[in-house]
Design a protein around this ligand. Structure first.
Ligand code: PEP
Length: 249
């Protein structure tokens, strides 16, 4: 049985004080929730204090360098996150690819390093609007998946979560229809069957991301191959995020 997951990506939002308040409130709101893994990815500056109040919420870093230490000014390493109690790391987000020049090769190194240091990667993949309009959605998603997962064994892959995030739907208010999302999720699962095997593909959590909000989450997550959501804007308010979490049940 695959895990249902709702993860919040806060991007460059919220001070440490605000983050602690929101996560404490979220914990109260989801106190009775069972059967969904709830993850919050605050900025690096809030990780340490958020972990102290996280309760049942798991904590993710939003990015990571692949090296353990060294002369990489401004970067943060997997051993630093692991030491804090961080469990997940979001890798390959489209904003990292677009604004910070992250390539499949870099993302692949980060995924391997995260796994080697006991962190679970959430690998983000997804096409731009022009790719979709040119009929290239599957090619782009396949390239992101194959490039990101190159050289990863079946055993290692058991700790990877995939997030399908069409770039045209991120932060735009334009959500993929449940049918559009389901089509790509089913394609990803088929690809994972080819790359690994049917059992592994069946057990992989594939999250949808792109303008998920309380009003549309249930419809999206109820699709057969959609195992939860990666939520940006709507994860910044504890109430809204808790509604999305509960929509999985
Ligand atoms: C994201 O950044 O991963 C995301 C899905 O953002 P939003 O929900 O705001 O579209």
């Amino acid at each position: 049985m695959r895990k249902m997951i709702v993860a919040g990506n806060w991007k460059m939002n919220k001070t440490n004080t605000e983050a602690v308040e929101i996560v404490s409130k979220l914990n109260e709101l989801i106190a009775d929730v069972k059967g969904v893994e709830v993850i919050i990815g605050p900025p690096f500056t809030a990780l340490s204090d958020v972990i102290k109040v996280a309760g049942k919420v798991k904590v993710a870093a939003q990015n990571m360098h692949w090296e353990e230490k060294g002369a990489f000014t401004g970067e943060v390493s997997p051993i630093m996150f692991h030491d804090l109690g961080v469990e997940y790391v979001i890798l390959g987000h489209s904003e990292r690819r677009a604004y910070f020049g992250e390539t499949n090769e870099m993302i692949n190194k980060k995924i391997k390093s995260a796994l080697a240091h006991g962190l679970k990667p959430i690998l983000c993949v997804g096409e731009k609007l022009e790719d979709r309009e040119n009929g290239n959605t599957e090619n782009v998603v396949e390239d992101h998946i194959k490039g990101g997962l190159e050289g990863i064994s079946k055993e290692e892959f058991a700790n990877v979560v995939i997030a399908y995030e069409p770039v045209w739907a991120i932060g735009t208010g334009k959500t993929a229809t449940p049918e559009q999302a389901e089509e790509v999720h089913a394609f990803i699962r088929k690809l994972l069957t080819e790359l690994f095997d049917a059992e592994i593909a069946e057990n992989t959590s594939i999250l949808y991301g792109g303008s998920v909000k309380p009003a549309n989450s249930k419809e999206l997550i109820s699709k057969e191959n959609i195992d939860g959501g990666l939520v940006g804007g709507a994860s910044l308010k504890a109430e809204d995020f808790s509604i999305i979490v509960k929509s999985v049940l």
